[in-house]
Write a protein that binds this ligand. Structure first.
Ligand SMILES: O=C(O)c1cc(=O)[nH]c(=O)n1[C@@H]1O[C@H](COP(=O)(O)O)[C@@H](O)[C@H]1O
Length: 185
């Protein structure tokens, strides 16, 4: 893909102790990836060490992105399973601030949180939004979903789109529909 000129988003969502993540980051940076992910729940020290190691070998402009609250989770899961006190939006904004203060270039979040995260962190702090759906009938395992036009209107910088395109009966047409919807948002 790199040889064909495509940027590479390596979505490994690393989540481990700081030293282990830093070692992995060092190796990934040397592969020439353009964007790589860690989990914010690994903590500020992990993100800081990851960024420092990534910076040593990464290409100029390569981004370290931190996942806030997975889009497959909702308020109920947050409260009952993780015992987090806030709602998803509050926790995502808080984790985005931790990520920014630890050196991340942006976060993965749901569309519904993108504008609040920009407001809390800064407009150039990247928001990468999965859970994009062209129709609301096929959410699959995603709990916090939005359309491409909602994503653009909420200030999302990068849309992650999987099954709405890959599982469509005509993936090329579905992809073109996404581009058209984004352009008209
Ligand atoms: O880091 C991610 O990209 C990610 C974070 C998140 O909170 N939710 C999420 O769905 N993703 C990824 O985004 C993609 C979404 O795929 P679809 O649900 O098929 O559009 C999957 O590859 C997920 O691993």
């Amino acid at each position: 893909m790199k040889e064909d000129g495509h940027p590479v988003f390596l979505d490994l969502k690393l989540h481990d102790i700081p030293t282990t993540v830093a070692n992995a980051m060092h190796n990934l940076a040397n592969l020439g990836v353009n964007m790589v992910t860690v989990h914010t729940l690994g903590g500020s020290e992990m993100i800081r060490n990851a960024k420092a190691a990534f910076n040593q070998g990464a290409q100029p402009g390569a981004k370290l992105i931190a996942v806030t609250i997975l889009t497959s989770m909702d308020n109920q899961m947050l409260h009952l399973e993780l015992h987090m006190a806030g709602n998803v939006k509050e926790e995502a904004v808080h984790l985005a601030q931790v990520a920014k203060n630890s050196g991340a270039d942006g976060v993965v979040c749901a569309v519904n949180e993108a504008a609040a995260i920009k407001q809390a962190c800064s407009n150039d702090f990247l928001t990468v939004t999965p859970g994009i759906r062209l129709d609301r009938l096929h959410n699959n395992d995603q709990k916090r979903v939005a359309t491409p036009s909602e994503a653009i209107r909420n200030g999302a910088d990068i849309l992650v789109i999987g099954r709405s395109v890959t599982k469509a009966s005509d993936p090329k047409k579905a992809y073109e529909n996404v581009l058209e919807e984004m352009a008209n948002a």
